[in-house]
Design a protein. Structure first.
Ligand SMILES: Nc1ncnc2c1ncn2[C@@H]1O[C@H](COP(=O)(O)OP(=O)(O)OP(=O)(O)O)[C@@H](O)[C@H]1O
Length: 573
């Protein structure tokens, strides 16, 4: 029975029987269910056991778009359960149904013994969700955001001093940097915003925690902290549901994965069968999963006229200066831990921010040089920029898909009287839509009706359509599925083969493999190391990210102690 709104305090305690708790506690590493073959039957069979979540044959339409047609999922307490699938396969919609944000059209939804009909109700029964789009009030302080809405569902509302103390404690642990709870949210970087949203959910001490692509804004080290947090929650008996495209990461620590394809659950994979290959095979009807490899000839860069040069650049007034060069046809990967200066650097190259020191110069087709000092000069010199932080820097939520695509192009497609050649704009849109396989019902629909990954594709398409000489991408593949990523690498490689130059900042080191011609690594506010194609590897890049000239193994980064039960309880108090 769904309770009336406003009567949540009268809700019966969620059905989390001691039988379930003891089963999880005494058998934490239950043997995984067999196989990739594990099918709907098996999922339904599992759903009959006492589980944290049981979703059976759920469907959901948004107007003409069928987001889900037969989605099922069964997740237990004390397990990390991933939901995977290509962009637009229905993962977020499933997460939203489980979280009470949208109702299912048909099918059965059982979350902790209830069918939540609103996020508030979901929280009341013990489910917290961290959504893909960060819901933050930018003008409020950090602590106000962490405790937003808390007073209505915590029995004893704590004092402001106490709230600030707890905010500082949990955020400094999670974000691993000093935090003043009184800072306005607008003043902190994207990664800290992500931690604020995560803290808010953790402080609710949920029995089920849903992460919808929540590590997308976090760098490697931070993602590892998040994984440890998830493992600690699992050890505590929480059902942790994660929606993610970071397949390589999830095979390391997820217990189960439910795979969606075109709105349908096509299988559930257990720990023993959790390999990238198995997941990809189920996710996509495509048969070739061979990879990241984009065929290309080795080219030596260095001679001739560069496409872009940054000279004596420093990222702060007293910072160490450095030089940077990019040649036509070259793809340079940019890496660094969060806050190491790489984001500031690419924004300077794109003309968005000014360098505290130094100059940026580009060369045109005729070999003539031009300074890049602001957005206008960057645009005039055909530099396109794609941001991974699409909500803040990319999309206009109130505009349609086509309008979002066409915004930067209107100047190019307008005649002298100012009328836009809609046919030409429409043709180029169609071409880019096919190039990146952007999925949507109608181009006149608002961009926010697209899945997160498809929104990102619109921004990438817009950059290609600008016919740039240089494309600067700032973590563009955030939230983009693996198939699209590979298509993106192929398109960028083709762009480079025609003389274009690419700067590709990524928080995922693997993106550079078999793709970048060079990788530049930032550390503590400056360019620390530069590696040619044949030196690019996980250990070398990772080492440089930590300021070491020696390679570092991933396991050394991930080898942190799990928080103890006492530490966790202290945080949860
Ligand atoms: N509010 C909405 N209105 C219209 N269509 C929607 C809405 N929400 C989702 N859709 C559509 O439903 C489909 C599934 O979207 P969903 O966001 O669930 O996919 P996803 O698997 O999470 O994708 P991604 O990996 O890109 O985030 C998509 O085609 C999307 O455009």
């Amino acid at each position: 029975m769904v309770p009336e709104r406003g009567r949540l305090d009268l809700l019966p305690a969620p059905r989390r029987s001691s039988r379930v708790e003891s089963r999880v506690r005494h058998e934490p590493g239950r043997p995984p269910r067999a196989g990739v073959q594990a099918s709907l039957d098996k999922i339904n069979e599992t759903a009959h056991q006492m589980s944290a979540i049981s979703v059976k044959n759920v469907s959901k339409n948004f107007g003409e778009t069928r987001a889900l047609r037969a989605a099922s999922l069964a997740a237990n307490f004390g397990e990390i359960h991933a939901i995977v699938g290509e962009n637009g396969s229905g993962k977020s919609t499933l997460a939203k149904i489980i979280s009470g944000v949208v109702p299912a059209d048909s099918g059965a939804v059982d979350v902790l013994g209830h069918t939540p009909s609103s996020p508030t109700e979901a929280i009341a029964i013990g489910l917290s969700t961290i959504f893909q789009e960060m819901m933050l009030a930018e003008s409020l302080t950090i602590w106000e955001n962490v405790f937003a809405g808390s007073d209505s569902f915590w029995k004893r509302s704590s004092s402001t001093t106490e709230k600030k103390r707890r905010t500082k404690e949990i955020l400094e642990r999670l974000a691993d940097c000093p935090i003043d709870p009184d800072w306005p949210v607008s003043s902190v970087p994207l990664s800290v915003k992500q931690w604020i949203v995560i803290s808010r959910a953790l402080l609710q001490k949920p029995k089920v925690l849903v992460f919808d692509e929540s590590s997308a804004a976090l760098d490697l080290e931070a993602t590892s902290r998040l994984h440890h947090e998830m493992l600690a929650l699992k050890a505590d008996g929480t059902a942790v549901i994660i929606v993610t495209h970071r397949i390589a990461e999830l095979v390391k620590f997820a217990d189960q994965a439910t795979v969606l394809r075109d709105g349908e659950t096509v299988g559930q994979i257990g720990r023993a069968d959790m390999t990238e290959e198995n997941l990809l095979r189920l996710m996509s009807a495509k048969t070739d999963h061979s990879a990241k490899s984009v065929a290309k000839d080795r080219v030596a860069f260095g001679g001739g006229t560069p496409a872009l040069r940054a000279s004596n650049i420093a990222l702060s007034t007293n910072g160490q200066s450095f030089n940077f060069q990019l040649f036509p046809g070259q793809i340079v990967g940019i890496a660094g831990l969060d806050g190491a200066g790489q984001t500031e650097f690419v924004r300077i190259l794109a003309g968005i921010d000014k360098a505290p020191q130094g100059t940026v110069t580009v060369w045109d087709d005729k070999g003539e040089e031009h300074p890049v000092a602001d957005l206008a000069s960057a645009e005039a010199n055909r530099i396109a920029y794609v941001s991974g932080d699409r909500k803040k820097e990319g999309i206009f939520a109130n505009l349609s898909i086509l309008e979002n695509f066409g915004l930067a192009l209107y100047g190019r497609y307008a005649n002298k009287a100012g009328f836009i050649d809609r046919k030409a704009l429409s043709d180029v849109f169609q071409k880019e839509k096919e190039r990146l396989s952007i999925k949507f019902a109608r181009r006149s629909d608002k961009i926010t009706t697209l899945s997160g990954g498809n929104q990102q594709k619109v921004l990438i398409a817009r950059a290609f359509a600008l016919n740039p000489r240089i494309i600067i991408l700032n973590d563009p593949a955030r939230g983009v599925d693996i198939g699209t990523k590979q298509d993106l690498y192929t398109h960028l490689r083709a762009f480079a083969a025609e003389g274009g130059a690419v700067i590709y900042l990524s928080t995922e080191i693997e993106e550079f493999f078999n793709f970048a011609d060079r990788a530049d690594v930032f550390f503590e506010g400056g360019l620390f190391a530069s590696y040619d194609e044949d030196q690019i590897g996980e250990e070398t890049i990772l080492g440089a990210m930590f300021g070491q000239s020696e390679p570092v193994e991933m396991s050394e980064v991930l080898e942190q102690e799990l928080p103890s039960e006492t530490q966790l309880q202290a945080v949860a108090q």
